[in-house]
Design a protein around this ligand. Structure first.
Ligand code: FES
Length: 618
C-alpha cells in the first residue's frame, strides 16, 4: 500500500471505471469518467439532478442537500446526490437512466432553404510538374505556379502546417492534386477527384448540431448531434461562465471539453459521409454569446455579471487548428457576429434562415431553448427587435421532479380522459420520466380537465389528484407500468416551474409586440424554432398561454433554424454580409427594464381563463 492510494470508482450499468484520490467528489469522478451525469446547478447541491445509487463502498454521510431531494427511504437504500458524496474507498455506483444526459433525441434538422452557393473556398485542380535535376523549384512553388497558370491566381501562399501535408500528398497523387484556397491562401490538399467539404455547427447550451456539406454544390453529406459536454459544468450559461471565471485552467478545461465534442462529431460525420477530415476546408460555428466566448477563449467575467457585456460581438475568422479543431491543416472557422447581451450568432442565424430581416410581413420568430430568443420584424420598421427571455431548463426536464430530456421512456404526450391519464412515451418504452413536450401537454391537460385553476394551483379533491410527500401531485404512470419501480408524477412544484418558463416567454412576446405597436392579431406569421419547438404540441402551448392564440395557419414549426442559418453562412459569402447587416440592424430590448415588467411577468404565469380564450379568439 502506498502513502497515497487511489480508489476505484465503478459506474454501472455503463461499466466505466476511474481512479480517484481519497476524499474526491463523486460528480468530479463521473466527469473524469466521461459519464454525462446531469448537474443543472453545476455541483452546488441545489438541483437534485445528479442522483446516483451507492451499491458498495465507503462514502461520506448524507448531508442536508441529500435530505432536501431524497426521502429517508431512498437514502437508506443508498440513493445520494453525486455532488455531495466524498469517496473513502473503492466504490460501485449505479447511475439511473434518468440521471444521464446522453442517449437523447436530438432534433438537428430544420426547414430546407434555397441558396446560391458562393463559399469562401475555391477548389483548384492542378497538374504540377514533378521535380527533375533541371527543375529544382520547391514543392510549394510548383503547386502555386500550377495554380497561377490554370486559374490566373498570383501570390498564392501556404503556411508550414499545410506544406507539411503537401510534400507527401504530391508524391502520393503523382503531382495531380486539388488545392483548397481561402482567398490567396492554400488551406489544404486532397486527391484530384475530391471536393471541398464544410462543417456547420449550431453550438447550443444544451445540444450541438453539426452538418457536413459539399462546399461546391451545397449538398448535405451528413448530419448529427450530441449533448454539449459542458453540461457537466452546469446547465445554464451563467454556471459555466462562473466556472470559466475561476481562472485560466478552468477556462481552458471548459473550452477543451467542447472542442473534444466537436472533434468527435467531425470524426463521426466524416465517417458517415466517407470523407477525410482533411477535406473539411472550412467551418462555421454559431452559438449564443456565452458559447461564443467560451469557444474562442474570450474573457467571460464581464459577461457573467450585470450589465452582461460581451468582450466582442464582431464576426471573426480564426484558424481551426488554433481552436484545436481537427480538420484541414490551414482551415479557418468563421464565427458570425453576435447581437448583444446573451443574444448571439445563433439568433442572427435564425433570423437569416427565417428571412425575418426581409421586412415583407409582420413576423415573429421564437427560438425556444434554455434561453428563449424572440425576434420581430414588420414592414417599415428600420430595426429588427429582439429580446431574450430566461425561460430556464424546465422544458429540458430540469427542476421537474420526474423531468428528463427527450430520451427513450420519456413521457412525450399526455391526455386526461374520464378513465384517467393516457400517455405516450418515446420509443413506447416503459415510462421513466417526463420530457418537455410531455410536461406542457400534462399541464394543458390538467388545466383542460379542471384539475388546475388559472392561477396554477391543483384543485384539491380533483379526480386522480393526491397528496404527495411535498404537496399535491398527479400520477401520470403507476409503478407497475413504469421502468423505475415507482410512479411517474407531475407535482405542484413542477407546475410552478412551467409557469415561470411560460411566463418568461409570454412576457417577452407581449413586450416585444407592445414596444413595436404590434397588436397580436396583426402578426402574419409566428415561427416556432428550436429543437424543443419542433416537438411541442401547439394546441397545448396555446391552451396554457405559452404562445398567443392566433389562427393555427399563422404558425409554423421550423426545427433547428439556427443550424440551417449556420449552413447558409458556411456556404455563402453573401449571407455573411447579410448576417453583419442583421447584427447591426437588430435592436435588443432588455425586458427587465420595461415598465411594469415584474407585474406583467407575475400575471403571465397564470393560465388563460375561458373568457380570455374567447377574447383572444375574437
Ligand atoms: Fe448535484 Fe445539482 S444537486 S449537481
Amino acid at each position: 500500500m502506498t502513502d497515497n492510494p487511489l480508489f476505484e470508482v465503478d459506474f454501472e450499468p455503463v461499466g466505466r471505471r476511474v481512479e480517484v484520490p481519497p476524499g474526491a467528489d463523486l460528480l468530479d469522478a463521473a466527469r473524469q469518467a466521461g459519464i454525462g451525469l446531469a448537474s443543472v446547478c453545476g455541483g452546488e447541491g441545489t438541483c437534485g439532478r445528479c442522483r446516483v445509487v451507492m451499491m458498495s463502498g465507503q462514502v461520506s454521510e448524507p448531508v442536508d442537500a441529500d435530505r432536501r431531494f431524497l426521502s429517508q427511504l431512498e437514502i437508506n437504500a443508498g440513493h445520494r446526490l453525486a455532488c455531495r458524496v466524498k469517496i473513502h474507498s473503492d466504490v460501485k455506483v449505479h447511475v439511473p437512466k434518468a440521471s444521464l444526459v446522453t442517449d437523447q433525441r436530438l432534433q438537428i434538422g430544420g426547414l430546407a432553404r434555397a441558396l446560391t452557393v458562393e463559399s469562401a473556398i475555391k477548389a483548384c485542380v492542378v497538374e504540377a510538374e514533378p521535380p527533375t535535376l533541371r527543375d529544382l523549384r520547391s514543392d510549394l512553388e510548383r503547386v502555386t505556379d500550377a495554380v497561377e497558370s490554370a486559374y490566373g491566381l498570383r501570390h498564392v501562399t501556404a503556411e508550414p502546417a499545410v506544406i507539411r501535408q503537401l510534400s507527401p500528398a504530391a508524391r502520393e497523387h503523382k503531382w495531380s492534386l486539388t488545392a483548397f484556397l481561402h482567398a490567396r491562401e492554400i488551406v489544404g490538399f486532397a486527391a484530384p477527384t475530391r471536393r471541398p467539404v464544410g462543417f456547420a455547427v449550431d453550438l447550443g447550451t444544451t445540444k450541438i448540431a453539426g452538418f457536413l456539406v459539399d462546399l461546391e454544390t451545397g449538398a448535405d453529406l451528413a448530419s448529427g448531434g450530441l449533448m454539449n459536454p459542458q453540461i457537466s459544468y452546469g446547465e445554464d450559461v451563467i454556471s459555466r461562465l462562473v466556472y470559466a471565471g475561476r481562472g485560466p485552467a478552468a477556462a481552458a478545461e471548459i473550452r477543451e471539453v467542447v472542442i473534444e465534442g466537436l472533434n468527435t462529431l467531425i470524426a463521426s460525420l466524416c465517417e458517415q459521409a466517407g470523407v477525410d477530415k482533411h477535406e473539411v476546408a472550412e467551418a462555421c460555428i454559431v452559438g449564443n454569446t456565452a458559447m461564443h466566448h467560451l469557444l474562442l477563449g474570450l474573457p467571460t467575467r464581464q459577461l457573467s455579471v450585470a450589465p452582461f457585456v460581451a468582450a466582442s460581438n464582431a464576426a471573426v475568422d480564426v484558424r481551426a487548428r488554433d481552436l484545436g479543431l481537427d480538420i484541414a491543416p490551414g482551415a479557418y472557422v468563421h464565427v458570425p457576429p453576435c447581437v448583444g447581451g446573451f443574444v448571439g450568432a445563433d439568433h442572427v442565424a435564425m433570423i437569416l434562415a427565417c428571412d425575418l430581416d426581409k421586412g415583407d410581413r409582420v413576423a415573429v420568430g421564437v427560438d425556444i431553448g434554455t434561453n428563449t430568443e424572440i425576434a420581430l420584424c414588420k414592414p417599415g420598421l428600420a430595426y429588427l427587435t429582439s429580446a431574450s427571455c430566461a425561460s430556464g431548463p424546465a422544458f429540458e426536464g430540469a427542476h421537474i421532479k420526474d423531468g428528463m430530456r427527450a430520451a427513450s421512456g420519456a413521457i412525450e404526450a399526455v391526455r386526461i380522459t374520464a378513465a384517467g391519464p393516457q400517455i405516450k412515451t418515446i420509443g413506447d418504452a416503459p415510462a421513466v420520466g417526463i420530457c418537455g413536450s410531455g410536461i406542457i401537454d400534462a399541464v394543458a391537460a390538467l388545466h383542460g380537465a379542471g384539475l388546475l385553476n388559472h392561477r396554477g394551483r391543483l384543485v384539491p379533491g380533483g379526480p386522480g389528484l393526491r397528496q404527495g410527500p411535498k404537496g399535491m401531485e398527479y400520477p401520470l404512470a403507476l409503478a407497475p407500468q413504469t421502468g423505475i419501480d415507482r410512479d411517474v408524477v407531475i407535482t405542484q412544484a413542477d407546475i410552478n416551474e412551467i409557469q415561470l418558463a411560460k411566463g418568461a416567454i409570454q412576457t417577452g412576446l407581449e413586450i416585444l409586440l407592445e414596444s413595436t405597436n404590434t397588436p397580436p392579431a396583426a402578426v402574419d406569421e409566428l415561427i416556432v424554432a428550436g429543437a424543443f419547438g419542433s416537438f411541442l404540441n401547439l394546441d397545448s402551448a396555446l391552451d396554457i398561454g405559452l404562445l398567443p392564440r392566433l389562427p393555427r395557419a399563422k404558425y409554423s414549426q421550423v426545427g433547428n433554424a439556427a443550424g440551417v442559418g449556420a449552413k447558409a453562412l458556411l456556404l455563402s459569402l453573401k449571407e455573411r454580409t447579410r448576417a453583419q447587416k442583421i447584427a447591426r440592424r437588430t435592436s435588443y430590448i432588455e425586458l427587465t427594464t420595461f415598465p411594469g415588467f415584474q407585474r406583467r411577468f407575475a400575471l403571465s404565469m397564470w393560465f388563460p381563463t375561458g373568457d380570455r380564450r374567447v377574447r383572444e379568439d375574437a
